[in-house]
Design a protein around this ligand. Sequence first.
Ligand SMILES: Cc1cc2nc3c(=O)[nH]c(=O)nc-3n(C[C@H](O)[C@H](O)[C@H](O)COP(=O)(O)O)c2cc1C
Length: 303
Amino acid sequence: MLKNLLLPLKIKSMELANRVVMPAMGTSLGSDAMVGEPLLAYMKRRAKGGAGLIITEVTAVHLSGAASPNQPAVYDDRFIPGLKKLADCVHQAGGKVAMQLHHAGRESYYLLKKGEALSPSAVPSLMLRLVPREMTREEILKIIASFGQAAVRAREAGFDAVEVHGAHGYLLMQFLSALSNLREDEYGGSLTNRARFVVEVLQAVRQGVGDDYPVLLRLSVEEFIQNGYTVEDIQTILPDLVKAGADVIHASVGTFGSPGLIFCAPSEYEPGFNACGPRRSKKRWMCRSSRWAVLPTPFWPMK
Ligand SMILES: Cc1cc2nc3c(=O)[nH]c(=O)nc-3n(C[C@H](O)[C@H](O)[C@H](O)COP(=O)(O)O)c2cc1C
């Protein structure tokens, strides 16, 4: 697997010089949801490292989904010039850059405190213990559309790809998980229904950016919590996610409340500790499609 690490890779219109990928990491360096000098300075340093692809941190697609007031945002055209500077930093160093599109759902302490956090159902946040508000159908459709619009802005800002954040207990995963989604409409119940929100987000993104633009989906393939979903469950919906527009499944694990907060695993974990989840999710479907890859965290193509 590692022998391919420094080889180039083409994903739709994006040509990577190598397969080293820096996954998204929140920096708390945004200011009033805008990209400022501290974030640009941080990104310039990262880009100098020579990774083929850098995925920028969680970027809010809608005001109702900001994890903090300072988190970089992409829900309005006014953010495009700052985001463009961020993309330029990576391009100037010869790398490619993807924007991570994010809605925190119930995992936003500042929105929970104001009683404004949204989620598929009014189930308390596992970490923050406060209760979000159940989304109406209109809100669901509005947030789906906002992912599509955000992806178009990312492309306008010069990003080479987008990554839809469907992992780590945020809004998309709150729909996927039977522990946080108690809905009785078509967005709740069976796994197919719970995955509908993710599918429709991907469709909106794909419709916005067109066929040739790379769309990644970050997914926790194992919930790592009592009665949570498993890799075997995720295997059953992967074909729908790919059909809806995901070119890459960037496999991670865990949610808020998983022991050891495994999705932000400390350096005590062995390198590659997480590779078994992606490997297991990939096994069943790989032979059926050459269009996509399941990438582990740390993230590299498994061909
Ligand atoms: C401070 C911090 C911030 C993070 N922010 C994000 C984020 O914005 N989006 C995301 O998908 N993952 C985020 N992660 C998870 C990382 O992308 C990565 O999956 C995790 O740190 C595991 O590291 P590894 O890839 O070196 O095993 C964050 C992790 C840390 C430690």
